[in-house]
Design a protein around this ligand. Structure first.
Ligand SMILES: Nc1nc2c(ncn2[C@@H]2O[C@H](COP(=O)(O)OP(=O)(O)O)[C@@H](O)[C@H]2O)c(=O)[nH]1
Ligand SMILES: [Mg+2]
Length: 314
């Protein structure tokens, strides 16, 4: 044991040696209760977040039925903030009140500890959802903080991961076709919700397409892709000019149920895959905003450069 005098002396010089000795208190054994929650190496890690009681949250905030573009865009932007912050997120897919994030297969972020990955990602997403609320809901006040739950899933094979992505997108299709038909029957067809539910009971996709077409003059295939297919966020490289490239996050609504998507993006799941190079920028708000941000930064840098030049002259 160190004598009080020595401790006092070491304290006064703020020694790192002392700090480490002092830190080892008799309470420290409690640290052994922490469980190791490292995820298995070489597996795909997927984190899926889902809004809690969003049937109520969407009612309380007058979301358009069945799809509120403001709400979907806010979800996409919150997911974009996550990807901007966490480089090891390879891609993300969102629909309704849920978002799935796929980590690079070989990620070693937080030593692959499940709770660290899940909580960091969820808090960034939830905080961004609130922080950017006014950007999309200009006339609707946020009434109370929303809650998102989350889970971590590991997939051992590429095929499992592809099937996961297809599963979530198939879910969008099933739900959106049902909801679009249901709300047209209620809002335009003057059926009560119960009558509309009865009408749709036992119907298959073709029946719903037919109801939409013959009764409401809606060709379901012409509904916005963001509603029919959800949103996929991918990392891409943009060729700005012969010398300059820009790394961007794009929001697309491609059909992952078709083999064409996986052929067109055949390098996506490779270990050291380089993002695809685009010559022209996709004209989505999200991409335009990133490019505008780059230009602003450039202008600011050239301002600094000019100021430095002036300073040097004077
Ligand atoms: N009106 C409307 N409701 C939405 C929208 N997106 C999500 N929701 C609601 O959120 C729910 C999400 O489903 P689920 O997670 O199973 O329900 P939860 O347990 O209430 O969060 C949907 O059933 C809708 O009630 C939207 O764009 N418009
Ligand atoms: Mg939910």
């Amino acid at each position: 044991m160190l004598s009080n005098k020595v401790v006092h002396l070491l304290k006064s010089i703020r020694s790192p040696v002392l700090n480490s000795i002092m830190a080892k208190s008799s309470f420290e054994y409690v640290k052994n209760f922490e469980l190791d929650d490292k995820l298995i190496p070489n597996t795909w890690i997927v984190v899926r977040l889902d809004g809690k009681c969003f049937h109520k949250f969407s009612d309380d905030h007058s979301f358009a039925k069945p799809n509120d573009l403001r709400g979907l865009k806010l979800m996409n932007f919150a997911a974009y903030s996550v990807m901007k912050d966490i480089n090891d997120v390879l891609m993300a897919f969102g629909q309704s009140d849920e978002y799935s994030f796929v980590f690079k297969k070989n990620t070693n972020l937080y030593k692959r500890r499940a709770s660290k990955l899940l909580t960091t990602l969820n808090s960034k997403f939830s905080a961004s959802y609130v922080y950017y609320w006014n950007k999309y809901f200009t006339d609707e006040k946020l009434q109370y903080p929303p809650t998102f739950d989350g889970r971590v899933i590991m997939y051992p094979s590429d095929q499992n991961l592809i099937d996961y992505m297809k599963w979530r997108q198939a879910d969008v299709h099933i739900n959106n076709l049902y909801n679009t038909t249901f709300w047209n029957l209620v809002l335009k067809g003057n059926l009560s919700p119960m009558e509309a539910e009865k009408r749709l009971c036992g119907t298959v996709s073709a029946d719903k397409n037919e109801i939409l077409y013959s009764e409401f003059n809606i060709n379901y295939n012409n509904e916005p892709a963001i509603f029919r297919r959800g949103t996929l966020l991918l990392r891409k490289v943009l060729q700005m000019d012969s010398q300059e490239t820009a790394s961007i996050i794009t929001d697309v609504h491609d059909d992952m149920l078709k083999d064409k998507f996986w052929k067109d993006n055949s390098t996506l799941l490779l270990d050291k895959s380089k993002p695809l190079v685009f010559v022209e920028a996709p004209t989505t708000d999200m991409v335009q905003e990133q490019l505008a941000g780059r230009n602003k930064k450039k202008e600011a840098n050239s301002d600094i450069f000019i100021k430095q030049a002036i300073n040097q002259e004077s």
